[in-house]
Write a protein that binds this ligand. Structure first.
Ligand code: SF4
Ligand code: SF4
Length: 199
């Protein structure tokens, strides 16, 4: 039987993360027993130096150097770690909160460029989708099939009896207004300025 996990006391970073609105109310951060299951199933770990177990350890140790570690930007929020953690921790949520801390400290990471592209794509089309900025690289990776899918997506969807993928007309305008009124657009612009001023 699995251990319930250790209690890591009340170190500053742990408390900040546990009390962040992005963290689940029952997040098991303090119960992490460093079993490494999250890392063993993490797709980002297979392709980079990113290690969710190590990230959680640094948080538990109140080691703020994790905020300067560029590897935390390799997580892509698939939530596999959260699904598998035996003590209901979510390295994925921990990562999201750490990145926000980095950005609030002054947008140090150039990696937010990729996320800005997703944000602007959301503003333009009203749905989460892969930004056109990455189109050439995806065609390089996936070849002709991907190119044909993208070029004929609307026709394929029509043939399958599906509506347009992107929002249109009033629906799109409503989403755009929400993104403006909620401050989402302003935040994107702030981060964009921060990236450009450092490039
Ligand atoms: S976060 Fe969960 S899966 Fe990862 S090391 Fe801690 S207890 Fe194990
Ligand atoms: S959410 Fe991030 S840390 Fe968790 S498994 Fe996916 S890539 Fe790895």
């Amino acid at each position: 039987m699995l251990k319930k996990g250790m209690d890591h006391g009340s170190k500053e970073m742990v408390e900040v993360i546990k009390n962040d609105y992005r963290a689940s109310a029952d997040i098991g951060l303090k119960r992490c027993m460093q079993c490494g299951l999250c890392t063993s199933n993490c797709p980002a770990t297979r392709h980079s130096e990113y290690d969710p177990r190590e990230m959680v350890k640094m948080v538990l140790d109140d080691n703020h150097e994790i905020l300067d570690n560029p590897d935390i930007w390799n997580c892509f929020y698939c939530y596999t770690c959260q699904s598998n953690c035996p003590v209901n921790n979510s390295p994925c949520q921990v990562n999201q909160i750490l990145r926000q801390k980095v950005l609030l400290k002054g947008g140090k990471s150039q990696r937010i460029y990729e996320f800005l592209a997703y944000g602007y794509s959301y503003m333009d089309f009203g749905v989460g989708s892969i930004p056109s900025d990455f189109f050439d690289e995806l065609v390089k990776d996936f070849g002709e099939d991907y190119l044909q899918l993208k070029l004929n997506l609307e026709d394929i969807r029509e043939e399958l009896g599906l509506d347009d993928y992107n929002l249109k007309g009033n629906s799109l305008n409503e989403v755009k207004n929400i993104l403006i009124e909620s401050g989402f657009k302003k935040k994107l612009e702030t981060f964009k300025d921060a990236v450009e001023s450092k490039s």
